[in-house]
Design a protein around this ligand. Structure first.
Ligand code: C3B
Length: 890
């Protein structure tokens, strides 16, 4: 409006399509321009963060050009789009990725010489965008990179949290959580869109069937351009911020009630204030549901508005839009899309349902029961009354539609058991008759007693099951709305069930996981729509996770293959295999690893003060801290290792294989046991690292604040990496892929994507141990007594309890969680796997003595795992679920 009033034409009509100053200037001049005008620091005063900001703004302008051109092209061509709905996007830093994807690495390196700086150093001025917890959020970020790189029309949609994942510090041997104000230095990677705003309502009531919200906030868009790798395509991540409808309630303000006036603003701010720091557990907090609905509603409204700019009939929406729900967090989309279509656009329920179920697909990322979201009906009905009503209708239609199926199933079961029962009943009747005859012969009294027994038996005899009751009971297991199993009378909405019923495709994230969700989580849904269930094994972007984080190894790979095409086509990595047999190549491969180990050693010194040698094996265990991921089991094995080293003679020690063991990962702030596991690792480090007898033979390091940028430093330095979850618990894992691609060997269980990595690499090249997923249930039932455990395990735990690592009372319940039948009872089966874990560890030591063979395997890992490129994953989603076509600009 403002623009037309001023009568300016926008964009300018002239030839020049670049709308920034910088691109016209050339890289060097644009950095200078930004330094002077945008961040206001002259050359001599170019402090690192200012230099970073200038470089970032200079890149920003180039990104905006690519972005505008791509989006304009897509608008004109109008291809079907994928909209990736995710509560989390764990982006990390952007600068290096953007410069290299735009293929401007050389130019920026050259321009920075003037400042005596290199891109790598300048890049450290950027704060990580940590708008995610862990694997799920990082996967979403990798997917965006691949979508753009494959020229697929697609946007991510999420929340612009002002505080991301907390910063982890260590104080007095414990994890502490510090706020992550990542926008502190401004954010050159986003474009605010005050012209793109939508109202989102909450609470209120239904009046004549119409929802009248009791509270409204404004969702305002921020666009984050996502450059594809060496393509003109630049995708978009649209993040929503929440604003109060009016900055101040003027009436209240005038009446002198200042606090009431700012109340609205405070409430809106709260929605996008902070990311819930939970990974695979559910909080069930109203604010969390508010966040979910907030971004889902804005994203759907936005998509529909853009669709209606070019099309009249919403029936065609499924030909233009697919919404992929990243876990259950955005599942309210099913109800919200229904509401928008029915209430806002006047469609009938049936037409709306037909459209919704053609537009929405769901990815499941976990089988942990505590992470499968279930919202109390009470909470939903209060916050979103219209949606609760729609969910009830969806559920009742759903149950109606399957009543025939369920009835037939019950009938079949009854028929099968009927014959059996009749036979049993006849035999019982015979027996009773015989008993009466025998009793009669003994006299009156005996007969009376026998008659009593018989009549009791007859009364107790199984009544023929009532079919209607059976059908009703069975239907409950399919119901989206269920009674809380722990709190009687409380009704819950099972969001995963709503997602399955509302979606046209449901997928797991690794082969084994996709099977487990079919057999253990949704077996009854598989009966109804077997074709809906699919697998899409996760992947990672090779740009960030090999090419850019490990330029040295990448250069070597490129030299060997004679091309850098592998960055785009990861299958080409297979051609590295013959080089594994080349001793000179192996020596160079080792040199690179050594260089990366040195960089990590430096980081360890900076962050922890520990001096670690670069000679020992670098053994890495990084991921969120969870009982199921079993960092605890690793810690126990290290206690054993320490004990063995202590008991050795100097001659024996001279032959031992030295290790630097590095842990990293955050414990959710409310996860009691996880925080104790962190403390235990820190305590072991404190004791071991300061023991002069041990020296370089063993160092145990907890590197604080594991995040994307730390991972980029740690992964290239790893020689062995640990992925040791209890079989059947880790849906996929994605760091295992990153480690493998960087030539780290894997010690792991037959869980998640470890299995597929084994298939690709050859299981003989991995250190696989532990029980299999299908043995878990039985083993859980048969858990032993503590006294039966492996003596190495019991001795190590004894050392914890007796205070060798300090604070024995603090660790008491951690120990109890795996030793006490009544206090955790070793749910994740550490005791069962410990012995085979130790065997695998011994095999690792043994192989490490043979550096030639070790390096050979390392090369085989990189060569074998191109399959785990997220380009492959996204290509499969695009073809097999989304039906979205690459749409590159000519
Ligand atoms: C994670 C799973 O725990 C990983 O196994 C998986 O590799 C990734 O998702 C990506 O699929 N996950 C997560 O980070 N957060 C959740 N809430 C659920 C799963």
């Amino acid at each position: 409006k403002v623009r037309s009033m001023l009568d300016i034409s926008f964009p300018p009509k002239e030839e020049d399509t670049s709308n920034g100053v910088a691109p016209k200037l050339g890289v060097e001049a644009s950095i200078e321009h930004e330094l002077k005008y945008r961040v206001s620091a002259n050359n001599t005063d170019a402090r690192p963060v200012k230099l970073y900001q200038s470089v970032a703004w200079s890149v920003h302008d180039r990104l905006v050009d690519a972005f505008d051109q791509t989006q304009a092209y897509w608008k004109e061509k109008d291809p079907k789009h994928i909209y990736y709905l995710s509560a989390e996007f764990l982006m990390g830093r952007t600068l290096t990725n953007a410069v290299n994807n735009l293929d401007l690495g050389g130019e920026y390196a050259e321009a920075l010489k003037k400042y005596g700086a290199d891109l790598e150093t300048v890049a450290t001025g950027e704060l990580d965008a940590a708008l995610g917890n862990g694997g799920l959020g990082r996967l979403a970020a990798c997917f965006l990179d691949s979508m753009a790189s494959l020229d697929l029309p697609g946007w991510g949609y999420g929340i612009r949290y002002r505080y991301g994942m907390f910063k982890q510090g260590v104080k007095d041997g414990l994890q502490v959580e510090l706020p992550d104000y990542w926008l502190d230095n401004g954010n050159p990677w986003e474009i605010r869109r005050p012209e793109t705003q939508f109202k989102v309502g909450f609470y209120g009531s239904l009046e004549d069937g119409k929802w009248v919200p009791g509270e409204e906030v404004i969702a305002e868009a921020y666009d984050v351009p996502i450059p594809g790798y060496k393509t003109k395509t630049c995708g978009n991540l649209r993040l929503w911020d929440a604003l109060a409808p009016e900055e101040f309630d003027l009436e209240a303000f005038n009446a002198g009630d200042y606090s009431k006036a700012v109340e609205q603003k405070r409430r809106a701010d709260g929605i996008t204030a902070v990311l819930y720091p939970n990974d695979a557990t559910e909080e069930g907090k109203e604010l969390r549901l508010k966040q979910q609905f907030f971004f889902v509603s804005a994203s759907l409204q936005d998509t529909i508005a853009r669709y209606l700019e070019q099309h009249k009939d919403l029936a065609g929406l499924p030909d233009k839009a697919c919404f992929q729900m990243n876990d259950t967090h955005p599942t309210i989309a099913v109800a919200e899309l229904m509401r928008l279509l029915i209430d806002e656009h006047g469609l009938s329920y049936d037409d709306a349902w037909a459209i919704t179920t053609k537009c929405v697909a769901y990815t499941n990322h976990t089988v942990m029961p505590e992470a499968l979201e279930k919202w109390p009906v009470r909470v939903l009905a209060k916050l979103l009354p219209r949606h609760m009503q729609l969910i009830e209708q969806i559920n009742s239609n759903w149950l109606d539609s399957i009543t025939g199926h369920v009835t037939a199933k019950v009938e079949a079961e009854l028929a099968a058991s009927d014959a059996e029962k009749q036979k049993k009943a006849a035999a019982a009747a015979e027996e009773r008759k015989a008993a009466l005859v025998a009793a009669e012969a003994k006299g009156e009294e005996a007969l009376a007693a026998a008659k009593k027994v018989v009549s009791e038996e007859e009364a107790a005899e199984e009544k023929p099951a009532d079919k209607a009751t059976l059908v009703e009971e069975k239907l409950k297991t399919y119901s989206i709305i269920q009674e809380n199993q722990w709190t009687k009378g409380e009704m819950l909405v099972n969001m995963a069930y709503l997602a399955v019923v509302g979606s046209f495709a449901v997928n797991g994230v690794a082969a084994i996981h996709s099977e487990i969700i079919k057999t253990d989580i949704f077996p009854h849904f598989v009966e109804i729509f077997p074709e809906r269930f699919q697998n899409k094994t996760n992947g990672v972007t090779l740009r960030r996770w090999l090419a850019y984080c490990n330029p040295e190894l990448s250069a070597l790979i490129t030299e060997a293959l004679g091309t850098d095409e592998w960055v785009r086509d990861a299958t080409l990595l297979a051609k590295l295999k013959p080089f594994a047999e080349d001793a000179a190549f192996r020596a160079r491969w080792r040199e690179v690893k050594q260089q990366k180990k040195k960089a990590l050693a430096e980081r360890i010194r900076e962050q922890t003060g520990y001096q670690v040698s670069t000679e020992p094996m670098y053994d890495i265990h990084v991921k969120r801290i969870h009982e199921y991921k079993r960092q605890y089991m690793n810690a126990i094995s290290l206690i054993h290792r320490y004990k063995v080293l202590k008991e050795m003679t100097p001659e024996q020690r001279a032959k031992a294989v030295p290790r630097v063991v590095v842990f990293g990962g955050k414990a959710a702030s409310a996860y009691y046991m996880a925080k104790k596991i962190v403390a235990l690792i820190l305590s072991i480090g404190e004791t071991v690292n300061n023991d002069p007898e041990i020296g370089d033979l063993l160092k145990v390091v907890f590197l604080p604040n594991y995040n994307v940028s730390e991972a980029e430093l740690i992964i290239p330095a790893a020689e062995i990496s640990q992925h040791i979850s209890t079989a059947g618990t880790e849906a996929s894992g994605t760091s295992n892929m990153k480690f493998a691609l960087n030539g780290a060997l894997i010690i792991g269980t037959l869980d998640g994507a470890n299995i597929e990595i084994g298939e690709n690499t050859g299981f003989e090249n991995l250190f696989i141990f532990g029980v299999k997923a299908d043995e878990i249930n039985k083993l859980r039932e048969d858990r032993k007594n503590f006294s039966d455990y492996d003596p190495r395990y019991t001795a190590a735990l004894q050392m914890v309890s007796s205070g060798v690592f300090g604070r024995p009372e603090y660790f008491e319940d951690l120990v109890a969680s795996i030793t006490d039948m009544n206090r955790g009872n070793d749910w994740f089966l550490l005791a069962n796997d410990f012995a085979s874990y130790m065997d695998a560890q011994d095999a690792i030591d043994e192989l490490y003595r043979d550096q030639e063979e070790w390096t050979r395997r390392s090369i085989i890992y990189t060569a074998s795992n191109g399959f785990f490129s997220s380009d492959r994953t996204i290509d499969q989603y695009a073809r097999e679920i989304w039906n979205v076509q690459p749409t590159p600009q000519p």
